[in-house]
Design a protein around this ligand. Structure first.
Ligand code: PMP
Length: 384
């Protein structure tokens, strides 16, 4: 029979078809459960079985902590999608992009010199973890210094900079380039969403240090798996040291599962999974945008169609998040306005932006999105 899934918080009953009145439309987290139906359809081909005696050792037979097969599968994946150059680059895997982001900041700042601490910057609005993580680890080697634009067009020769570039950006879905330039600037490109279901992919990214994650690619956030593609050997070595001393590698069970998932993901040259994902995200964006265009009180970001080399045509935007703005002078705390209508988003101030912005997640299950849309329609219809 049909597999039974958990209902989300707004529904109950054996088929999750009973709508609970007054429940909250939760558009807070960026957990990409929209891909769940794809994996239900491919349940058999994506299953792994791990007997008790299997993969017990710390290391693979060659002493490595990264499966050779998995490494080459990652390279094949990027070649198929055309979103990143991997030839002649090193690959380091980690427990999600979260661990790799810190490994990267550590590796780029770990040369103690008279320019320490390195200044870690990102363009607003930025992914909140960049600030939260660097502040939490509280290292003498680096310090979070906020918005990149403060340093734009200024001489950055005094001091070391680490610029975090998120493309497409979380929260607003825009394709981004590094802002700072110069010998004292190192960049980390967080390309978590640089996949055809979230954005047109114009060209393969060819940056010094690029980070990707399984979470946003296949929806398996809970497997905690990400990878970094690195040009410079010394940076690669420092990242390996970081991994080796913090966790001594990524579980081999995880690597086995990821290998299996990636095999399914790139079947038929990736067409099935990416087109499945694109269609869902496209539909959601069209519906939300149509509603928001009738509003004067709220607006969402504008994104341009662009050429997508994966689809070999110009594609419309399909962002993972709506970056909502409250336009009325009195709606200074936009999240509070939404909250009063039982909608939970993520506060703009967390992203280094004004409180009149809120991020709404569009990547959760269909039910979550439907409920969000319903609530937004109600809110907009109350304007007049
Ligand atoms: N970078 C960005 C821009 C993200 O949005 C996220 C997930 N929300 C991450 C990194 C972390 O991803 P992971 O689940 O791989 O730790």
């Amino acid at each position: 029979g049909k597999p039974v899934c958990e209902c989300n918080a707004c529904y109950a009953g054996p088929h999750c078809s009973v709508l609970l009145p007054g429940c909250i439309a939760d558009a807070d987290s960026g957990d990409p459960m929209f891909l769940e139906p794809f994996w239900l359809k491919h349940a058999a081909s994506s299953t792994i079985v791990v007997p008790g005696w299997h993969r017990m050792s710390y290391e693979f037979n060659d002493g490595s902590l990264l499966s050779n097969q998995l490494e080459s599968q990652i390279r094949t994946l990027h070649a198929v999608v055309g979103n990143a150059v991997t030839d002649g680059r090193y690959i380091v895997i980690g427990g999600g992009a979260t661990q790799l982001l810190h490994a990267a900041v550590h590796s780029l700042s770990a040369t103690n010199d008279r320019f320490s601490p390195a200044r870690v910057v990102a363009s607003t609005p930025y992914y909140p973890v960049y600030r939260e993580q660097t502040e939490f680890f509280n290292s003498k080697d680096y310090k979070f210094e906020g918005d990149t634009s403060v340093y734009k067009n200024k001489s950055v020769s005094q001091g070391k900079f680490i610029e975090l570039v998120t493309s497409p950006n979380n929260p607003d879905g825009k394709l981004k380039k590094a802002v700072l330039q110069g010998l004292s600037v190192k960049t980390i490109h967080d390309l978590a969403y640089y996949w055809p279901h979230y954005t047109p992919v114009p060209t393969p990214a060819d940056e010094d240090l690029m980070i990707f994650t399984l979470s946003k690619l296949t929806g398996h956030g809970g497997s905690r798996f990400g990878w970094a593609i690195i040009k410079d050997e010394a940076v690669y070595q420092r990242m390996l040291t970081y991994m080796s001393l913090s966790t001594y590698g990524v579980p081999r069970e995880t690597q086995l599962r990821v290998l299996k998932l990636l095999k399914v993901a790139i079947e038929e040259q990736g067409k099935e999974m990416f087109n499945f994902g694109y269609r869902i995200m496209r539909n959601r964006w069209i519906k939300l945008r149509k509603t928001m265009l009738t509003s004067k009180r709220f607006s969402i970001q504008e994104l341009e169609p662009q050429n997508c080399s994966f689809a070999r045509k110009v594609r419309e935007p399909t962002p993972a998040f709506a970056w909502l703005k409250c336009e009325r002078e009195e709606d200074k705390d936009c999240n509070a306005v939404l909250h009063s209508m039982n909608i939970t988003g993520r506060h703009g101030s967390l992203f280094g932006a004004e409180s009149r912005y809120v991020r709404l997640s569009l990547v959760k299950r269909e039910d979550d999105f439907d409920w969000l849309l319903k609530r937004m329609k109600m809110l907009v219809s109350q304007e007049n």
